[in-house]
Design a protein around this ligand. Structure first.
Ligand SMILES: Cc1cc2nc3c(=O)[nH]c(=O)nc-3n(C[C@H](O)[C@H](O)[C@H](O)COP(=O)(O)O)c2cc1C
Length: 355
């Protein structure tokens, strides 16, 4: 049993949100020592392989698996998450003003299904506080993205202004930004995924993006109709986004109000990701950051074989802890060795050449 398994035995006795907030407190106060204690402090010794992936936006992920948004909403444990083998991390969702989110309880474990149900509703400390946390954290030279959302009280027709404010605040200080219009827990948010609303957001961001051009992604829901995806990809291309993040959580009213992540999302997420990858063919400026139910090395292999490059995890990290990243690394090393390659570019080429 590793240290995380022991920790999980205790944490899983607690209410999920309480376990989360207490863990975040610990991780923010003792980042380096907890990374070492969990046996997951980034191995700084020479490795025979180079796991880094350079995206089309120029960002270099040190490993093809990153941390998804929502775990470190307030950017308080950047120093911890960048000292374990995540290739990049995403903080937020941040809204302009602080907000409480939905009434508790609002986070639930579905242990058998290795899934979570949440209806947090963008609880966060707001852009000023999160900005100051972001500036304080030690990033260990890694890519840090900031995920942006509108306040619940902002009228739908003023959502653009929230994204504009947030872009202006964070663009000079992070490696990428994400427009999040795909959380099921802010009323009306997902309606902003229609082409007209998206266009308005991107038009509103134009001036700020001309001043400071930070890679910009759009995070989409797995509940979009598949036939609507190509038009969203076209729009992302037209507005010179860096790509899409697919997917956010899915709704399953039979399981409760909120968004489902983890095992129960995997299949739906995979189908959406493959649709996005297909629509991105012939669009050399766009990348997909894959997320949703990724928990096994096989899932990564599947994603890479479909043409994906980097992905993120949230729920599987809760169930497996940092050991998962070490296991992924070991399995990737074995694959690279068997293919006779030493870097990710050659690895990806070996996938398309052989299979
Ligand atoms: C408790 C919880 C809170 C989340 N909060 C956010 C959020 O604030 N912003 C966001 O873009 N995604 C959020 N997500 C979604 C994740 O980033 C991710 O897209 C989703 O969980 C699917 O990945 P997974 O199956 O690896 O968890 C949240 C997920 C969970 C479980």
């Amino acid at each position: 049993m590793n240290t995380y398994d022991l920790f999980k035995k205790i944490a899983f006795q607690l209410d999920p949100e309480l376990a989360h907030t207490q863990s975040m407190k610990l991780l923010s106060h003792f980042p380096e020592s907890l990374a070492t204690f969990m046996g997951a402090h980034e191995n700084l010794e020479e490795d025979e392989f180079d796991y880094s992936v350079t995206l089309k936006d120029g960002n270099i992920w040190t490993f093809p698996v990153g941390l998804a948004a929502g775990l470190d909403k307030n950017a308080e444990a950047i120093s911890f998450f960048t000292s374990i083998p995540f290739g990049a991390i995403e903080v937020g969702t941040v809204t302009p003003k602080p907000q409480e989110g939905n009434p508790k309880p609002r986070m639930f474990r579905l242990i058998e299904e290795k899934s979570l149900l949440n209806r947090m509703g963008f609880n966060n400390e707001g852009m000023e506080k999160i900005f100051s946390n972001l500036m304080k954290g030690d990033r260990h030279g890694k890519v840090v993205g900031v995920n942006l959302g509108k306040n619940k009280t902002t009228p739908q027709e003023e959502a653009n202004l929230d994204y504009q404010k947030l872009y202006a605040k964070f663009a000079p200080h992070c490696q990428y930004l994400v427009i999040n219009v795909s959380s099921p827990n802010t009323p009306g948010l997902r309606d902003l995924q229609n082409i007209e609303s998206l266009k308005e957001i991107f038009v509103a961001l134009k001036e700020e993006r001309e001043k400071v051009s930070t890679p910009l992604y759009l995070k989409i829901s797995p509940d979009l109709a598949l036939e609507d995806i190509p038009a969203i990809v076209d729009l992302a291309d037209e507005f010179k986004l860096s790509g899409l993040i697919a997917t956010n959580t899915t709704i399953r009213p039979d399981l409760g109000v909120g968004g489902i992540s983890g095992g129960l999302l995997h299949e739906k997420g995979r189908v959406v990701r493959e649709k996005v990858l297909e629509a991105m063919k012939g669009k050399p400026g766009l990348d997909l950051i894959g997320v949703g139910g990724i928990s096994r090395f096989e899932d990564l292999m599947h994603f890479w074989k479909a043409g994906g490059r980097v992905c993120q995890v949230y729920t599987s990290f809760i169930y497996q802890g940092p050991q998962m990243l070490l296991d992924f690394k070991k399995q990737l090393a074995a694959e690279m060795r068997s293919r006779g390659v030493t870097n990710m570019n050659d690895f990806f080429q070996s996938l398309s050449a052989k299979e």
